[in-house]
Design a protein around this ligand. Structure first.
Ligand SMILES: [Zn+2]
Length: 326
């Protein structure tokens, strides 16, 4: 053991000189392996055969620092990637082993990165697709695949296959970002006053409070914000038509046709927009007006229902004060 270690320690830039001019067959003749030849031949070329500018300085520096053969191999590899390999070689030969990577990085321009997709064939014949991208669409796409969750990509291959074979639809993008909302803003957003509020996300993007709600709800389709008494307060304009769930929920509030003079039960009524969709009315619970067929027709003919400043629904009268509907 001791002799093996001491022999390893003796291997340095000068012991390489002994191998100058050796070809592969010379290594074999000496009883060494092809792997030995592959390791030593490039090193001998760099430090003794090629005649690189400043190679003498490099060897002197390597002797001074006592660099062994493995360190020289690392220096050789790092130098070749440098902006100026001959100068970097001298510099690295005069650098302590633990600082080699750091110093090399300072004198090496990293290859320019660009977003790209490449295909190739592996040695075993399988096709290979590699996508490198800094744009958000790629992770959005991946996270939309079936069986894939942020942080769990075991199902990625099967998910890709299903999507390409048209056996599945992508789900809405689930971005792994953290959206920062302070409590005061949150309160306003939940009240539906989010248009003027800007919230920041950790991916550097900004959205208004209202956009945030729509984004959060996009994958859900229906979400109701209720107050402490479980009364629906706010939904967002996601769809033109009221969902069955919304009809079910509004039944708790509007038991009959909302016309003040009508008692037709809820089950025989139609859900209509109190403020017309065409005029910006949202498909929200607080914009639902349940009317029987007759009163719905009358509304289309000009009867007016509206929400008063007190939150109650009123029917407009031609003469006299308007009448509350409930
Ligand atoms: Zn009615």
């Amino acid at each position: 053991m001791t002799t093996f270690v001491s022999r390893l320690k003796e291997e340095n830039v000068d012991s390489l000189r002994e191998l100058t001019g050796w070809r592969r067959t010379d290594y074999w003749d000496a009883g060494l392996s092809t792997a030995d030849a592959d390791f030593y031949m490039p090193l001998v070329r760099t430090f003794w055969e090629a005649g690189h500018p400043r190679i003498g300085e490099a060897r002197d520096a390597a002797r001074r620092l006592g660099h062994g053969i493995r360190v020289l191999a690392k220096i050789d590899r790092l130098s070749k990637k440098g902006d100026n390999p001959n100068d970097l070689r001298v510099l690295l030969c005069g650098t302590r082993e633990q600082d080699l990577d750091k110093v090399a990085a300072q004198h090496t321009t990293p290859p320019e990165t660009k977003d790209e997709a490449t295909i190739g064939v592996s040695q075993d014949g399988r096709n290979r697709l590699v996508i490198r991208s800094t744009e958000p669409w790629l992770m959005d796409y991946i996270h939309g695949l079936p069986g894939v969750e942020p942080g769990n990509y075991d199902g990625l291959y099967e998910g890709l296959k299903k999507h390409v074979e048209n056996r599945t639809q992508l789900t809405a993008p689930r971005r792994m970002i953290h959206i920062l909302v302070n409590l005061h803003d949150l309160e306003m957003i939940l009240r539906g006053d989010g248009e003027d509020i800007l919230v920041r996300a950790t991916d550097g993007t900004w959205r208004t409070g209202a956009e945030l709600m729509e984004e959060l709800l996009a994958g859900v389709g229906l979400a109701t914000i209720v107050n402490a008494r479980n009364e629906p307060m706010k939904q967002y304009r996601l769809k033109r038509y009221f969902t069955q769930a919304q009809r079910d929920m509004i039944a708790a509030v509007q038991h009959t046709c909302m016309d003040p003079d009508c008692k037709i039960p809820f089950s025989m009524c139609q859900a209509d927009h109190l403020k017309a969709w065409a005029k910006g009315g949202e498909t929200n619970l607080d914009n639902i007006l349940m009317l029987c067929e007759y009163h719905n027709m009358k509304k289309r003919d000009g009867d007016v229902y509206y929400k008063g400043s007190d939150g109650r629904i009123y029917k407009r009268r031609e003469f006299g004060p308007d009448v509350p509907c409930n």
